[in-house]
Design a protein around this ligand. Sequence first.
Ligand SMILES: Cc1cc2nc3c(=O)[nH]c(=O)nc-3n(C[C@H](O)[C@H](O)[C@H](O)COP(=O)(O)O)c2cc1C
Ligand SMILES: CC(C)CC(=O)C(=O)O
Length: 404
Amino acid sequence: MDAGTPHAADERSPHMADAGTPHAADEHFPHVTDARTRTAPATPATSAAPTAPDAPAEPRTPREFEATARARLAPEHYDYFAGGAGDEVTVRANEAAFGRLSLLPRVLRGAGRPRTDVTLPGGRAAMPVLVAPTAFHRLADPEGERATARAAAAAGTIMIVSMASTVAVGDVAAAAPGATLWFQLYVQPDMAFTETLVRRAEAAGCRALVVTVDSPARGLRDRERHHGLQDLPEGMACENLRDGGRVRPIVMSPEISWEHIGLLREMTRLPIVLKGVTHPADARLALGHGVSGLLVSNHGGRQLDTVPAAVDLLPEIVAAVGGAVPVLMDGGVRRGTDVLKALALGARAVAVGRPVIWGLAADGERGVTRVLDLLRAEVEHALTLCGCASVHDLDPDMVRRSCR
Ligand SMILES: Cc1cc2nc3c(=O)[nH]c(=O)nc-3n(C[C@H](O)[C@H](O)[C@H](O)COP(=O)(O)O)c2cc1C
Ligand SMILES: CC(C)CC(=O)C(=O)O
């Protein structure tokens, strides 16, 4: 399938037989095909050693992990992880927006050493930084999502396992018994198969469903088109999508509606968090559909390009929800100070996508552990400098918009 033309979403392929609805211009992810019929040449997950001159010997910040990861990854896999849609305006905006926000600390509060823990619909987390759902961790490390989950467990935080994980969610849970897992779901037009996915997540002990709603079609990603990335390497597949002897393609369908969220609500007792709500009107609608939380996200700039930065959307969504359910956010979080800004503006917690991938590609489980440790330490330090005893002491008045 050629994802390289604007019309790609309308093209049919043998995989579209799964669409389940006649008009679902349901583009499926080019990498996700039946593992037994894949045609692309296998590519090693990582190259032998980090050799790039800009890759630091020992990365000391979440951002520094990217250079090390880039040196280890095959170029097409690096671009898959790093890239976004269109001109990547939103990818850049997510990080830049944090740079335009300033923190205004309080003093002399005798706050002591701050607590960093938070309560969320699917359990507690030792820090307000979750692992965002990202696909294909075995492209970054042979242990894949198993390594990520162990690192999340060690950090005491929650990992949102992507439906497109390269280790089945049950195997991720088995590999990291202490981990709190949530399961990310793209509702499939075939609701019977959607139910199969939900039952797999429940059986694995997942504590919440994160339903991604920003993908009625796949974003147009120039970097992937440039590489002609078509498939996962030999021996890798979207393990949650197994159905009998085959692996189903992920269907992204513009037919998915609030009605499906209603059906999902009846299907499971797990808390449902909607990921990818960006319009306040949709946030208000969500409240009428029994959701337990919202995750404000523009998919790391990988879906519709030119959507505003996620942190800039946060205040409006928080106002629309009016405290009825917790609001989380992701997109561009790279520093502890970014975390504080988002929390001060009303997020209960944030999630990080690419930083975790960079840690994983740089040094497997240890790399992810290091990235999460760095973020936790930075959050604690920034809370101390802001005079906060816990994340609850943050409020919007501690954030100012600077002009740079
Ligand atoms: C390589 C990659 C794969 C992703 N896969 C998924 C996915 O399978 N499901 C999903 O809901 N979001 C997915 N996302 C979006 C992330 O969950 C998250 O919204 C985004 O990465 C946050 O931005 P950040 O990378 O700047 O932290 C993916 C993002 C990346 C970078
Ligand atoms: C398999 C893909 C659908 C994963 C994804 O959401 C992404 O690459 O952004």
